[in-house]
Each structure stands twice: as C-alpha cells, then as structure tokens.
Design a protein around this ligand. Structure first.
Ligand code: AGP
Length: 603
C-alpha cells in the first residue's frame, strides 16, 4: 500500500506535503515524489529510496505552491525507478495525480489509450488514470475524473490536480481509504489516513466508496458516483418459462443455480474454496475464534446447518440466532467473533438490525446474499453472492440449496485456513462439485413425489423428523408445507420425539423422516419405529440403495449418496416438491401464499 497527500490552501504546500509523507512513510518507502503548482508551470520532483532522498533533493530549491500532491510508494506495478514513482501526469503535463490501490484493468485501458496516441513514460497501472482523465478533460477536472473512474476496475484513492483548472483539488475513492482534513486557516489536505492531516486539521471527512471530493479554496463538496452494476438478471428470468408456477420453476432450476453458485469457487486439487468477496477480510477471518450466524425463516435453517459444518470441519464454535431475537436479547459478542448473516432478499429488517447491532459492537460482519446491491450487502463488511438470479416464489427453494452449498464452501475456506487437512478438503470439494448433477437426478422423480403428495394431501397434521445435519431440514420441510399448503406441520429433532411430540401420533398423523445413510441413521430408524408403533404413517427420505427402509415405512423417496455434510442439500429437494404438489392439489396460491411476503422489510 502507498500513501498519498494533497493540499490546496493559502500556505506553501511543500512543508505540508512533506510532513504528511513523513507520517505516511510506514505505508511505503521504496520511492516518493511531489508536484507543486503556483499558478504557472507545475514542478515535479521524485526520488528513489527513502523519503529523505526526496527531502535532500528539495533542500535549497525553495519550491513554493498553493496546490500540490505527494506520494510514498510501495511498488505493485513496475520496478522501483524514478519514472515509476508518483506523481504521474498526462501527455501535456496538465493532469497530475497520486494513487494508492491497484487498477486491475490497466492493461486493456493502456492499450486503447495508446491506440488513441497517448504516450506512456512509466510501467505503472496508475499512469493510465492520468491519460484517461486527459481523454475526458475539457476544462472541468471533476467532470473528467467522474468519466474516467467509471472505466476503472480495482481499488483506488486518488488525488488529482490540473494546470488548466488550477484552483481545485479533486479526490476519489473506491476501497482504498481517503480522508479530507479541514483547517479553517490552512486550507484542505487529503490523505490516506488521518495521521497525515493531524498537524493542520481539526476536522476530517472520511470519503466513502464511489465518492469524489471537489475542493476549492473556500469549500468542498462530494459527488457520489454510482457505479453501474451488471444486471445479473435477464428479462426472461422473471418469466415463468413455461412452468405453471415460479416455485416449481425455481425448484427445477436448482442444478443450474448450484452451478452458478459454485462457478470459479472450487480449487479441487488443493481442496480449497476461492471466495473473492472475502479477499478484503481474509486475514481477519483467519483470526476469528467464534462465529455467530443470524437470519430469519428458511435462511435461519440454513444457518443451523452451517453450525454443524463449521464446528465439525472448521473447528469454529458457532452459534445461530433468529435475527429478531438476536437484536433484542443481549448477545455476548466476544473478541475475535465474526457475524455471518444469511438472506436471499438482502432486505429483511430483522437481519439488517442484527448486523447493525453487531457492527456497533465492532464485530466483523459477512453476508451470504442473493440480491445484488441490497441493503444487507451495503451494510456488511464483506460477503458472498449466491448468483442464482431472482427468486420470485415466496417460498425460498433454490436460494436455500445455494445457501447450503455456499456454507459448505465457506466451511472449506475457513477449515483450510485452520486444521482441515488437504485430503479431507479435496474429498469435500470433489463432493460439492457433484451436487448439481445429484440434484438433477432427484428432480427426475417429480412425478413419483407428486403421487406421494396426492396420497397424503388430506392429512391435517404432520411432523418432519431429522437428526444432526438433517435436523434443520426437518424444520425446513415443515416450514415449506405450512407456508405452501396451510397444513399444520412441525419440524422435530428426532431425539426429541419421545419427549412430547410422539403424543400426537396416531393413524391420522403423517411423519416425514429425513434419514439418509449417515452417522445417525440407526437412531432415525428407532424414531421411525416409535412412530410406526403408534400406527403413524411414515414417508422416508432415504439414500439410494437402502432397501431395508422400505420394510418399515409407508413410502420412500430416494436421494443419491453423498458425504454426510452435504446430505441436507439433497434431502430438502423432495420436501420442496412434496409441499409444492400438496399446495397445488389443495388449490393454494403456491407463489403468493396468504399472509406472507417475499421480502420482510418490517419488524
Ligand atoms: C421462506 O420460504 C420464507 N420466504 C421466509 O421464511 C424467508 O426465508 C425469510 O423471510 C428470510 O428471508 P431472506 O432470506 O430474504 O432474508
């Protein structure tokens, strides 16, 4: 990282810039430079090596200017040379700028500018910005900067001046920090951190992402540049695409949704997950000692499964809270805790408030969100998008399956930062990659599941049972049936059945047992026998190849084999289809169930 300083005021900029650079020299010290403007020609001095080398060069030159920029460098692009030291300028020596950050698309920008005749004198990514501003400059600096930053991809804190628009200092920020120091007597100083402005300014303004500050002698104002984001959805995505309901369309889209959620995020040979959205907080995540997950409804059920994954494979103590409770109870948030929030819409009020509560307490906040640019995305420090396109049906289906897959990726990411071995990581990564195909296999049973739904559609009461990774799936199965068919159903942890709910069971009571062939399968078999012992009807969700289960239940819906940690991603799919078909048989509006909303933006 580099350090930048800019000054506009009545005083001589030189000492102010140098003092600022001294205070920022911890940020980079392989070369430095300043440019000063006194209303005639800008004067630029650069030096390789420590800041003292620049100071020595300036000694005795008595350089003066009311406007100037300074920079200490930590080279990222181009060697440590005077030519590569900042400030950089355009072809005519009109635009001058200093930069902290990385211009990711500097190569393609440079090629197109060279084609337009621009001459480059350095190897840096930064010089591209000076020529880009030159391209748009027509006498108004901030206008040219506004147009230029739209074409930049990457991170930047920029301070810019122009000989042909001299009474102005412009600063722009995206990701890299930038403060404006305001001094009634001394003018305005922009810098990478407050230490550099402290000697002169009593007040500072922290520039936010995509903000451009326009500073003149008497005042400054901020332009908020809204970066256009690629619309991730196509018009037809919001169409039903020939399906009778959005819910069925979104259930059938799950293989593709999973592919999009996993795209470019698995490094199979290293058993790693690559999550670009966490890059900025990767070091902090390495240090966390505890995870708090907050969400609502179906997203909360995903969080419960995340807890099993994180504790078993990443070794991170994890607590899961319903957001509406988290925000009002006094959660103890220890040091080194991170808060993970999960939300399809990114607008759920309770989850947003829980994040704000955690942020007030200085906790790192990370989101798993589907809706691009939503409030929760803007509120959290970092996050992972689902990339599954819009989910229109009120019942969360593809978003849930994608949330689970991303929680498995995050477990891999955090686990491999800790003690999860390469071999185990490779196995999980390989199984994750197979998920889209396995879900597609289950969807082929849609007609069979419809028949099972038809058989049980008139049952008035039921419960879903599951254990360990599939205990939350029992909750989710019950929630889907409730919200889609208005049938009362309860999700019960298998081991809890005998502590009360078993009293509900008789020949008119339906139990759906989520019992893949995992480490608690035998326990689930004994739960099923408890129900059958009271003449209850049982549908089992079991692993393909398990023939024995047929002997003890009324109906079986099979799911393919996968590792235990991933079974919930498969076992929920038949439950989504079951709820859907029961809802349709009962004539319910499965896309817009009564009393519900897709995004709950109120308390
Ligand atoms: C689930 O089918 C419901 N639509 C509801 O429980 C939902 O999961 C909850 O409101 C959370 O919404 P979010 O994921 O958009 O935050």
């Amino acid at each position: 990282m580099c350090g930048i300083v800019g000054y506009l005021g009545k005083k001589n900029a030189t000492p102010i810039l140098l003092e600022g650079l001294r205070r920022e020299s911890y940020r980079g010290y392989d070369s430095s430079g300043i440019v000063l403007f006194n209303g005639e020609e800008p004067t630029c001095i650069k030096a390789v090596g420590k800041l003292e080398n620049l100071e020595n060069k300036l000694n005795g030159q008595n350089l003066k200017g009311f406007l100037g920029l300074g920079h200490v460098r930590w080279a990222t692009h181009g060697g440590v040379t005077e030519a590569n030291a900042h400030p950089h300028s355009d072809c005519k020596g009109n635009i001058w700028l200093v930069h902290n950050g990385i211009i990711e698309n500097h190569k393609e920008l440079r090629e197109s500018l060279e084609k337009e005749g621009h001459k480059f004198v350095s190897e840096t990514d930064t010089e591209v910005v000076a020529h880009l501003i030159e391209k748009f400059f027509d006498g108004n600096l901030e206008e040219a900067v506004r147009k230029a930053v739209r074409l930049i991809r990457g991170a930047y804190a920029l301070a810019i001046i122009a000989k042909d628009d001299p009474q102005k200092l412009v600063a722009a920020r995206l990701s890299s920090p930038l403060v404006i120091g305001i001094s009634a007597n001394d003018g305005y100083i922009v810098a990478s951190d407050a230490t550099a402005v402290a000697p002169y300014a009593k007040q500072v303004v922290n520039l936010e992402d995509n903000e451009i500050a326009v500073i003149n002698h008497n005042d400054f104002y901020i332009l908020k540049e809204k970066q256009p984001e690629d619309l991730e959805i196509e018009a037809e995505d919001t169409q039903r695409g020939g399906y009778p309901h959005y819910m069925l369309k979104e259930i059938m889209e799950q293989p593709e949704a999973l592919e999009n959620s996993l795209k470019g995020r698995l490094i199979l040979d290293q058993g790693l997950a690559q999550l670009g959205g966490l890059q900025n907080v990767s070091d902090q995540l390495r240090k966390i000692k505890r995870l708090r997950i907050v969400a609502c409804g179906t997203a909360y059920h995903a969080g419960l499964i995340g807890k099993y994954m994180m504790e078993e494979y990443a070794g991170i103590p994890t607590e899961v809270d319903i957001a509406s409770e988290f925000r009002y109870r006094k959660p103890i948030l220890e040091e080194n805790t991170a808060l993970l929030c999960i939300s399809q819409s990114g607008e759920t009020a309770d989850t947003l408030a829980a994040i704000q509560e955690a942020k007030r307490r200085g906790v790192l906040t990370v989101g798993i969100v589907n809706a691009v640019g939503s409030s929760i995305v803007r509120e959290t420090d970092a996050g992972i998008y689902n990339h599954i396109g819009p989910e229109i049906g009120v019942a969360a289906t593809k978003s849930f399956v994608s949330q689970l897959a991303i929680l498995a990726l995050l477990t891999l990411y955090l686990g491999r930062q800790r003690n999860l071995s390469l071999v185990k990581g490779q196995r999980i990564a390989a199984d994750i990659q197979k998920l889209p195909g396995l879900v597609a296999e289950i969807l082929k049973q849609n007609d069979t599941i419809k028949e099972v739904a038809d058989k049980y559609k008139d049952f008035q009461n039921g419960c879903f049972i599951g254990r360990k990774y599939n205990a939350p799936i029992a909750l989710e199965g019950a929630l889907k049936l409730k919200e889609i068919s208005y049938l009362h159903a309860e999700g019960v942890v298998g081991g809890e059945l005998k502590h009360g709910p078993l009293a509900l069971v008789d020949e008119n009571f339906l139990t759906v047992a989520v019992c893949p062939s995992d480490s608690v399968y035998e326990k689930m078999v004994s739960n099923i026998q408890q129900v059958k012992g009271r003449n209850g009807k049982v549908i089992a969700i079991a692993t393909k190849g398990n023939e024995d289960i047929k002997k003890i239940v009324d109906d079986v819906i099979y799911i393919p084999k996968t590792s235990e940690i991933l079974t919930p991603i498969l076992s929920v799919v038949p439950l989504q289809l079951f709820a859907y078909h029961v809802g349709v048989f009962k004539g319910c509006d499965v896309d817009k169930p009564r009393n519900l909303a897709k995004s709950v933006t109120v308390e």
